[in-house]
Design a protein around this ligand. Sequence first.
Ligand SMILES: NC(=O)c1ccc[n+]([C@@H]2O[C@H](COP(=O)([O-])OP(=O)(O)OC[C@H]3O[C@@H](n4cnc5c(N)ncnc54)[C@H](O)[C@@H]3O)[C@@H](O)[C@H]2O)c1
Ligand SMILES: N=C(N)NCCCC=O
Ligand code: NA
Length: 492
Amino acid sequence: MDIKHNYIDGHWQAALGGTTREVINPANGELIGIVTDSKQEDTRAAIAAARAAFYERGDWQRMAGPKRADLLLRVAAAIEARADELARLDTLDNGKPLREARCDVDDAVACFRYYAGLITKPQGGVYEVGDGFGPMHAYAMHEPIGVCALITPWNYPLLMATWKLAPALAAGNCVVFKPSELTPLSAVALFEIFDAVGLPPGTANLVLGNGPDAGYELAQSHDVDMITFTGSTRTGQAIASAAVGNLKKVGLELGGKSPNIVFADADLEGAVEWAMIGVFFNQGEVCSAGSRLLIEESIKDRFVARLAERANAMTIGNGLADPDMGAIVSAAQLGKILGHIARAKAQGARLVCGGERYTEGECGKGYFVRPTIFDGCHRDMDIVREEVFGPVLAVQTFRTEAEAIAMANDTPYGLAGGVFTTDGARALRVVREIRAGVTWINCYNPTFNEAPWGGYKMSGYGRDLGVNGLQEYQQIKQININLQPGTVGWYQ
Ligand SMILES: NC(=O)c1ccc[n+]([C@@H]2O[C@H](COP(=O)([O-])OP(=O)(O)OC[C@H]3O[C@@H](n4cnc5c(N)ncnc54)[C@H](O)[C@@H]3O)[C@@H](O)[C@H]2O)c1
Ligand SMILES: N=C(N)NCCCC=O
Ligand code: NA
């Protein structure tokens, strides 16, 4: 089996220490790849390459915007040409159903196209300014930040990479990217594409390795100008602390425990399906998962019974066979999920369906868990407070709109939330009160490259996607122009 290497300064390179790491298919425990295993010294080499490319040669940042855009369009076309292979890679590596992986690839193609287009549109502004020193004129222009470090999790390997790489590169930065050590294979393919389209050496660098050894150096280094991270809140806190050393800019997309509120007047069959998409899509390994179902008391029994009936009918299996739900990413993550389930039971939540590992047929060799629903949950249970990052739903009831809103906001997180009702004014009132960065009305989880994505509260700060997602990776420079050069007679 080929060993996949780091991509530094336009070359594939083994980690200096020569050690490697096995990449596992969580559907059956089989070895699907071997990657180089980087340490701090490798990360430092990648940072040095990005710095030389940005500060010494500067060819990427000075390349005309339309030309940079053209290269990113070629990246999009190359991803599209390898779409089946890339979807298969993410399914093999992460465990997700193939049709979901295929959506991720389509979104990644569109994301590169979106930022290629956006970088050619007007940016900055022109300002009428005071004339205390004679006639003056001011404008603001957007510039790249410099060397950006990007760290992503394992739940959407290609898509999370793209959400950061596409805008960071479009803006003219040089980057060092570290994907999750659990799911590095599609990132390697993406860098093969960067290599093939001919990004200037040092523009995009790939470091393969774990968080403490390869990742943390990116947060700590004084040679990095910005770090953007998607992952757990705890790791985000460690990164933000380390980033203080040189006051690098920090962007954090962290965890969540998002509320999905269903009122009695909702289209209930639709709400059931969206609630399933909310918490069982991608095995529930979604930062925005609607993992707290807040349901109006009068319909609770009927709704939960229907939800359980449909959850029990979901097919589970190897993602390549395109089941309704695939494998959990790793043995460790499966263990965490089963731990959350055991604690919920111990704390008195009532198990409605699932609640155990799934081992039918070949699944015993992999890491599967049945879609799980707990009824009778209350605010001080861990299952209501802590992110599971698995297919586990906690159900609570409310009687009034005000109570639903208070329960929705009763969390340290603030990534997402949903509301189901046929009362339009109520839907708008409720989403306005939810303290979260991403909300849905009568749907849950779809998201689009055009609109900004990110959290409130302990779900982080900064935004991916949309115009804001480009501006994350840009400095703004004010330029003041004296329209009448000469002396002003200030000092007599
Ligand atoms: N808000 C969002 O958009 C979003 C999206 C996806 C996932 N998430 C969150 O990600 C979490 C699950 O992903 P995970 O388990 O991969 O998270 P994680 O924090 O364990 O790891 C994320 C990445 O950080 C790296 N890392 C770990 N420790 C590090 C350290 N000390 N210094 C630098 N890098 C380090 C990992 O190697 C990985 O690449 C969940 O909490 C989920 O909510 C958030
Ligand atoms: N619906 C999609 N694609 N969601 C991506 C969510 C990323 C965070 O986990
Ligand atoms: Na894997």
